[in-house]
Design a binder for this molecule. Structure first.
Ligand SMILES: *[C@@H]1O[C@H](CO)[C@@H](O)[C@H](O)[C@H]1NC(C)=O
Ligand SMILES: *[C@@H]1O[C@H](CO)[C@@H](O)[C@H](O)[C@H]1NC(C)=O
Ligand SMILES: *[C@@H]1O[C@H](CO)[C@@H](O)[C@H](O)[C@H]1NC(C)=O
Ligand SMILES: *[C@@H]1O[C@H](CO)[C@@H](O)[C@H](O)[C@H]1NC(C)=O
Ligand SMILES: *[C@@H]1O[C@H](CO)[C@@H](O)[C@H](O)[C@H]1NC(C)=O
Length: 233
């Protein structure tokens, strides 16, 4: 990673001198809509149109390999965030990506009826730390999702959404790890019946946002039990 970062720095030095954010890798995070919607909080769909039963992007998040003191206060941080308050989200910069974003990066929150607030938050908090401009940032996340279709990868391993079945969380991680070359982190949540289920997949990606890398940190297994549900949507 260090090596990669150095070669990137050399190439982009003139651009990065003023504003480069130092981080070690990206988490490309996708969520399963069935596991967002069946919680006590529920969900809403933009324009009231139910999206496809497919993983959706949550974000592309710069991350440190190990938590460290960072920022002006040297507070221990595990990732950089909100790196440039004046660089706000501008929909006009990504208008050509809008339909792809609607399909693959839609909000499920009930707080707004379109995904603009979601994208704006992802850009301000994470994107401004990515060393990419807005168009490059959103495009990189979309391309990475298209490169590895998690729904299909799981399907090909016999891991299909189901109201009844449970799956070994290890077999979910293995299926994605074998297909991409990098074992992901798996995050679980609980449905309204308090059953543990697959919620989000964290893939470790290089600093250009293009290729999988072995996760520098031990892959997280947030809130999962050995057996988890993968609910229909
Ligand atoms: C943060 O750490 C750096 C490097 O150790 C040091 O130079 C700086 O004074 C520290 N800043 C604060 C506010 O403690
Ligand atoms: C923050 O973003 C603004 C607007 O895009 C840009 O002009 C400025 O150079 C950025 N600041 C840093 C420190 O990168
Ligand atoms: C979303 O749309 C519905 C139906 O059109 C409306 O009742 C609701 O107030 C809207 N919510 C927000 C946050 O705009
Ligand atoms: C991913 O694969 C699933 C299962 O084959 C398919 O339904 C879905 O449309 C694919 N997603 C995209 C964005 O192509
Ligand atoms: C859900 O299950 C967990 C683990 O069994 C338990 O600790 C927790 O209290 C339960 N929560 C509710 C709301 O029942």
């Amino acid at each position: 990673m260090r090596l990669h970062y150095c070669s990137l720095t050399v190439v982009l030095l003139p651009f990065l001198l003023a504003s480069a954010t130092d981080f070690d890798f990206f988490y490309h995070v996708q969520k399963w809509p069935g596991s967002f919607c069946d919680t006590t909080g529920g969900c809403c769909f933009p324009g009231n149109v139910k999206p496809a039963a497919d993983f959706g992007i949550h974000g592309l998040w710069p991350n440190y390999a190990a938590c460290r003191p960072a920022g002006e206060t040297n507070r221990t941080r595990c990732w950089p965030d909100f790196c440039n308050a004046t660089n706000t989200f501008a929909p006009s910069l990504i208008s050509d990506l809008k339909s792809d974003m609607d399909r693959n990066w839609g909000t499920l929150s009930c707080r707004s009826n379109d995904s603009t607030a979601f994208w704006s938050h992802e850009w301000s908090r994470h994107g401004t730390c990515s060393n990419m401009d807005q168009h490059a940032y959103f495009l990189a996340a979309l391309r990475y999702k298209a490169r590895f279709n998690l729904t299909r990868i799981l399907l090909d391993s016999g891991i299909v959404p189901s109201e009844e079945r449970t799956y070994c969380v290890g077999s979910i991680r293995d299926a994605i790890g074998e297909a991409t070359g990098s074992a992901p982190g798996i995050e679980c949540n609980r449905n309204a019946r308090n059953e543990t289920q697959l919620y989000q997949v964290y893939q470790c990606v290089d600093l250009a946002g293009t290729g999988p890398i072995p996760c520098p940190a031990v892959p997280m297994q947030g809130r999962c039990t050995d057996q988890v549900k993968f609910p229909a949507f």
